[in-house]
Design a binder for this molecule. Structure first.
Ligand SMILES: [Zn+2]
Length: 315
């Protein structure tokens, strides 16, 4: 990753504020209280915080961070700009420790919370469905985390066999397009039918492995081809799940190296982050700077709804 660190938005508070204002208000300041566009007076002078506006329609005051994931943060905007840039540009993600170091933040907890807010900005609330006529959507499931431990006489604590206690993820990737990943409670036909039905257009061709639960679901789609991994088959003509497996490869390397133990309640947030970078990758013409700008734009209208845990280290 190369970042143009000489860019003033990463050093100068006024430049950073101008960057956020330009992305959030391309047509002039928008009052977050009454919604009126470009009818605000910039409040200048020592009596006011920098970046404060007063709406001429409703008389309320606001700044660019109101009703965004940055609201009520004490971290300066130029550090936010760098956090967005680092997280948008790093293929495998950035740990809270790394963020703390690079941004010179005072505490691990601030860095952790900041990273989660950026992740929230990256989350697509209602992604457009994948696929369509003539398009192929690869679907696969994977398991994240350590299995529960069980005490085995003579061997001590051992990971339970099987995957029952691991967290389950279903990822759908449109070949040459975007990815949508969903944390699921189980891998029953009913659950997968709901998730896949919501995110994949019925005109699509599905490519999956040979798992039984995909068979009844695949019948609803234009076509369904399965590769038989059990027989050592990884591709048959254009039928393959290599794309979605590649996505899991990146996700798992990121989770292993950077996010040591992901609490179950945060798994979807990490999936959203990896989906965001994948769906806005350079192969699709989205370069680092633009990807960061997209994440910044996504910061509006989102507030974190969960509480920061006392021990933030665990995720
Ligand atoms: Zn207003």
């Amino acid at each position: 990753m190369t970042i143009d660190l000489s860019n003033q938005i990463f050093h100068n508070e006024d430049a950073a504020r101008a960057y956020f204002e330009e992305l959030h208000w391309p047509n002039g300041p928008v009052c977050p209280h009454c919604g009126v566009v470009n009818e605000a007076t910039a409040l200048k002078g020592d009596a006011h915080r920098a970046g404060l506006y007063k709406c001429r329609a409703c008389d309320e005051q606001f700044s660019v961070t109101v009703k965004t994931v940055m609201e009520s943060s004490h971290i300066p905007l130029h550090k936010w700009a760098l956090a967005f840039r680092l997280m948008a540009g790093s293929k495998k993600g950035v740990s809270a420790h790394q963020l703390m170091r690079e941004l010179g933040l005072g505490s691990y907890r601030s860095a952790w919370f900041m990273a989660h807010r950026v992740r929230e900005a990256m989350a697509e609330r209602d992604p457009e469905p994948l696929g369509g006529k003539g398009k192929t959507v690869e679907i696969d499931e994977t398991f994240i985390g350590k299995p529960d431990q069980t005490f085995v006489s003579g061997k001590g604590w051992q990971g339970k066999r099987g995957t029952a206690t691991k967290q389950k993820v279903l990822t759908m990737v449109e070949r040459g397009g975007r990815a949508v990943s969903v944390k699921v409670d189980d891998l029953t036909v009913q659950t997968l039918k709901t998730v896949i039905g919501k995110h994949v257009v019925l005109d699509s061709t599905l490519n999956t492995d040979e798992a039984q639960f995909y068979k009844p679901i695949g019948k609803r789609f234009a076509d369904h081809q399965a590769v038989n991994h059990g027989d050592g088959e990884y591709a048959r003509g254009v039928t393959t799940t290599n794309t979605v497996e590649g996505f899991f490869g990146i996700f798992k390397r990121g989770m292993k190296g950077i996010y040591q133990h992901c609490g179950e309640q945060h798994l979807q947030a990490y999936l959203n982050e990896f989906d965001f970078r994948y769906s806005n990758r350079s192969a699709l013409g989205v370069e680092d700077t633009e990807r960061a700008a997209k994440a910044v734009s996504g910061a509006r209208g989102k507030r974190l709804t969960y509480q920061r845990p006392r021990n933030a280290r665990a995720s």
